[in-house]
Design a protein around this ligand. Structure first.
Ligand code: ADP
Ligand code: MG
Length: 699
């Protein structure tokens, strides 16, 4: 089946719409973000003007939009250029001037014929005690009353496109909408009191009242749900397809695991145990594992990944762990080393930096199976790397690993079990929209013995006493991260700010400052970054001044103080991620949020949330509320779905329902052949999920 013919009109170019020429089509395309009739249809109003208010002239209040029925009394053309052209009108209660700048006399005389009754709609303003209406939004003869006295949608606009043009085009686009087969579960639809799709599309642009702006209005909610269902259905199909590739059954590796647990200086937390059990169960099943391990920085994901990889090793397969950056790959190697050594496991580290002979040797070890665990960057999945028998892959994603990459990776090994780790405590709703194809384990419990981080808000004026305090802390062995702000998204300025702070701190710490203060930023070579990180981790430097590049996962437990300058410029998730770099040992840690006022409402709220809680999941939920889904740190990079009709900060419940619906549909009818299937396929085409349908077909 290809795209159903009912949808064809919606997929045509905007120029097919009456009144839309190539020039307008270009402008509209820019405005709505796509060249199709459908893209225009999804351009939703942000406000409504109620033109049903039809008072007499006397009762039309200043500043309000009104629709008046008046008789044209006199045309008063402007005497000079720059003066307005006025048309004097009356009704039985009073008089009003219609005011036009840059008027065309002929046109106005046709629109407003002398002594005729006309309908005019627009904003009333009082000028020197008299009512007037400048450039009415609508003018028409009495017979047009019904089409003027409406609730008129107001659309987001761009330069060169007026609301009138958008309205007219959308009106035309609505003419292309046809009745579609119903893909919703009928009981659910009835319970929600939702309209049919074509009615919802119509209503959202031509609402009976202003309440249609509400995200929970039936028409809006229905269209949002449709979009979410298409998203979740796609993920359910991907999931099903991925699980179909013969997985392997790996029984939990008790011997190796025991050896590692014996050398572990701590007990696993309840959350770690639970997650591991979930992973073991997945791996033991013949279906492939597709699991997301979600845990805040410092929640102890690494050991969980390590123990999970042992399952594959014990069954004679290889395992790989991929980090987003060089530094993190090396850090993983360092953390894993004592554990792997204890279990007698051979591992190699491969990154893009390994060249020539070294690389050859590593590749050989990976190919012939000498290497049981491969640690590295994305280099390990690049061309030329062949595994002997890869059974499991751990991806430490740090927001950079979307659904496409997940699919790509699956093509590398046969039925490789996949564990994705993310340090972003993504709110449930967002996790569903981006990872609905995966199962989720949450590390929602910090390893014990960590003291809460003492978080303080410091106005920039008080930075000197704070630095004095830091100096004393350093004398007792403290190590400090000092993060410098984002300056207008410009890396160059960022750097300048960081370098300036670096110089100041060096001077403040006197003769020894030269050695005691380090600097790390995005423009440094990887080797230089490593060097700066290494010095800080090893205690050669006490302060590390950084732009936001410092890697999220870098673990320096001895660092107990985090200073964030211009904290008001950072997002909540970002602040949380940064703060998570301290508080990793038993010692008391501090976070100083240095801000410069005056603070806006949102900034104030962000900072006070930071002071109140360290719960990443709670912070993420707040962040979602404060900023809307699109802005959550890293959401864009991760290829997380962006929605046109749904808004995850308000439609979270619909998303959960869509997920359940989608999984049920695919569980019952994996190839989408049943009774609802044709309608569901139409839905997928409507939301341009053609890829998902391809997957169905080849599956
Ligand atoms: P994440 O990768 O989730 O940010 P890590 O795996 O790097 O966190 O763990 C952070 C620190 O906590 C490491 O030093 C690790 O050894 C330690 N750790 C992990 N689990 C526990 C535990 N159950 N009890 C005590 N310390 C732990
Ligand atoms: Mg980590």
């Amino acid at each position: 089946m290809s795209r159903p013919f009912e949808l064809d009109p919606l997929f045509r170019a905007l120029t097919v719409l009456p009144g839309v020429g190539p020039r307008n089509a270009k402008l509209l395309e820019k405005l709505v973000g796509g060249p199709k009739v459908l893209d225009l249809l999804w351009h939703l109003p942000i406000d409504f003007v109620d033109r049903r208010f039809a008072p007499t002239i006397k009762d039309a209040p200043d500043g309000k939009v009104a629709t008046l029925t008046v008789t044209v009394g006199k045309h008063i053309p402007n005497q000079r250029k720059g003066q307005p052209y006025k048309v004097w009108c009356t009704d039985e209660t009073g008089t009003i001037n219609l005011v036009f700048f840059h008027a065309h006399k002929d046109y106005l005389e046709k629109q407003l014929p002398l002594n005729e009754t006309v309908i005019v709609s627009g904003r009333i303003e009082y000028y020197q005690g008299n009512p007037q209406m400048t450039h009415p939004d609508a003018i028409g003869p009495e017979k047009d009353r019904a089409s003027i006295e409406t609730v008129e949608p107001v659309y987001p606009l761009t330069q060169g496109v007026t609301n009138k043009v958008v309205r007219k085009s959308i009106k035309a686009a609505l003419g292309f909408v046809q009745e579609l087969p119903e893909w919703l579960d009928s009981a659910y639809k009835e319970r929600q009191k939702w309209p049919d799709w074509h009615k919802a599309a119509e209503e959202i642009h031509n609402p009976p009242g202003e309440e249609a702006l509400d995200a929970h209005h039936p028409a809006r909610a229905r269209l949002a749900y449709d979009e979410l269902l298409a998203n979740q259905l796609t993920l359910a199909i991907v999931r099903q397809k991925q699980r179909q590739i013969n997985g392997r059954s790996f029984q939990s590796g008790h011997d190796l695991r025991k050896k590692v647990l014996e050398v572990l200086p701590f007990q696993l937390t309840g959350a770690q145990e639970r997650s591991l059990q979930e992973i073991d169960k997945d791996m033991a099943e013949p279906a492939r594992m597709l699991r997301l391990l979600q845990g805040d920085v410092g929640s102890g994901k690494t050991i969980v990944a390590c123990l999970a990889m042992l399952n594959a090793i014990e069954n004679g397969a290889q395992a790989a762990i991929m980090a987003p950056t060089e530094i993190l790959a090396r850090q993983h190697a360092e953390s894993l080393k004592p554990w792997l050594d204890a279990a007698g496991i051979r591992f190699v580290t491969l990154t893009g930096r390994d060249k020539g002979k070294t690389r050859e040797t590593l590749l050989q070890q990976i190919h012939n199976g000498a290497a049981q665990i491969i640690i590295g960057t994305h280099a390990i999945f690049q061309e030329g790397v062949e595994f002997d028998d890869l059974g499991m892959a751990v991806i430490d994603e740090q927001h950079r690993f979307g659904v496409h990459q997940r699919l790509e990776l699956s093509s590398k090994g046969k039925g490789v079990d996949i564990l994705v780790m993310t340090a972003t405590p993504i709110p449930r709703t967002l996790a569903l929209s981006a990872y609905g194809d995966m199962d989720i384990s949450r590390l929602d419990e910090k390893p014990p013995g960590r003291k809460p981080i003492d978080t303080r808000l410091i106005p920039i004026e008080k930075i000197d006493p704070m630095i004095e305090g830091l100096r004393r802390q350093i004398e007792t062995g403290a190590r400090i991260y000092w993060v410098c702000p984002l300056v207008e998204e410009s890396e160059k300025l960022d750097l300048a700010a960081a370098e300036e702070r670096y110089d100041i701190l060096k001077r403040l710490f006197g003769a020894k400052g030269e050695e005691r203060v380090g600097l790390i930023h995005g423009r440094m070579k990887p080797t230089e970054k490593d060097e700066a990180m290494r010095k800080f981790a090893g205690g050669e430097t006490d302060i590390l001044v950084a732009t936001t590049v410092i890697e999220v996962g870098v673990n320096v437990p001895e660092a107990t103080i985090m200073v964030i300058e211009h904290a008001e410029r950072f997002g909540l998730s970002q602040l949380h991620q940064l703060r998570g770099r301290v508080g990793r040992s038993g010692d008391q840690s501090y976070c100083f949020l240095v801000y410069s006022g005056p603070l806006g409402e949102t900034a104030k709220e962000r900072l006070s949330i930071m002071r109140e809680t360290e719960d990443g999941f709670l912070i993420a939920e707040k962040d979602l509320q404060l900023r809307g889904s699109g802005d959550i740190l890293g959401v864009r990079q991760s290829g997380m779905a962006e929605f046109k009709l749904a808004n995850l900060s308000v439609h979270g419940e619909l998303l959960a329902a869509a997920r359940d619906d989608a999984r049920l549909i695919i569980d019952r009818d994996p190839e989408l052949k049943g009774p609802r299937s044709e309608a569901l396929r139409t839905l997928l085409y409507l939301f341009e999920r053609d890829q998902a349908i391809q997957n169905l077909r080849s599956g």
